[in-house]
Design a protein around this ligand. Sequence first.
Ligand code: MLT
Length: 330
Amino acid sequence: MDKLNRCRRWGLATAYFLLAGTGVARAEFPEKPITLLVPFAAGGPSDKIARELAESLRKRLDKTVIVENLGGAGGTLGAAKVATASPDGYTLLIHHIGFATAPTLYRKLPYKGIDDFAYLGLINEAPSTLIGRNSLPAKNFAELRRWIAADPTKVNLAHAGVGSASQLCGLMIQSALKAEMTSVPYKGTGPAMTDLMGGTVDLMCEQATNAVPQIEGGKVRAFAVTSKDRMKHPVLASLPTLAESGLPDFSVTVWHGLYAPKNTPGPVLAKLNEALRGALKDPELIKRQEALGITVVSDARVEPAAHKKFVEAEVARWAKVIQAAGAYAD
Ligand code: MLT
């Protein structure tokens, strides 16, 4: 090979590595389907939101977004899978408030913590409801309170495992009522809802996403919303808040965010953030979320730095609550 050719080859190879280093070689992202991991069972609120979002992201990224469910241990198993996935943008995590409570709740986490992730933006805020099986003797919260007080250990409280939103909300209700109920963990509130409708368990805190259709269909009995203020949604509007029902200052509102493994290249994160922003401006998606009582967050909150700051504040806020309740998991 003559000297000129060697120089040309060397030049091309150098240019390739330089481009790869700056991320330009990844400008084609995504080149293959993306997996969106839901750390809870199918049929629950996180799963429903993920499936809607996946469809909207698909339109923007022009690639299939496959929803995968890995429930268990309050969402920490699924989060660990994404934390240790290849940081290439092809494995993403949708998670809720449990993302911020798990680092305090779990004495041992199967990943290092919230810094194992790159933040892509907040998605929504979802109020929760306190719902029960239709055959309960109590028709409203005052009657429910008396029924629970008669023998709390006989009350089966369903939830999606330690660290889940339903468990956290249930813990706060028990602590406010000073009543320790029998905890019944599931891999997600999807399967828990099936048992609640079947009358196998008594009570559950469930996000509006999954509760609204069942309340509307008369499949479960609704006692209250757990948000600070009453909801405007037609199915929830007549429900009192727990705060006005005698549990002062009670307030739990769930939120969801989107994450990638840490060290995912900046250009890939930027593309995913742009797609998320676009998805959350989609009038159809906003309408469907609103129909379930959920509020899509404003564009400023679909911003990685704002998302991270919010999560850090939530970790600090819930650490106090969890430490005060001494509610840890091994
Ligand atoms: C689910 O999707 O099953 C729920 O979000 C779980 C939970 O209560 O946290």
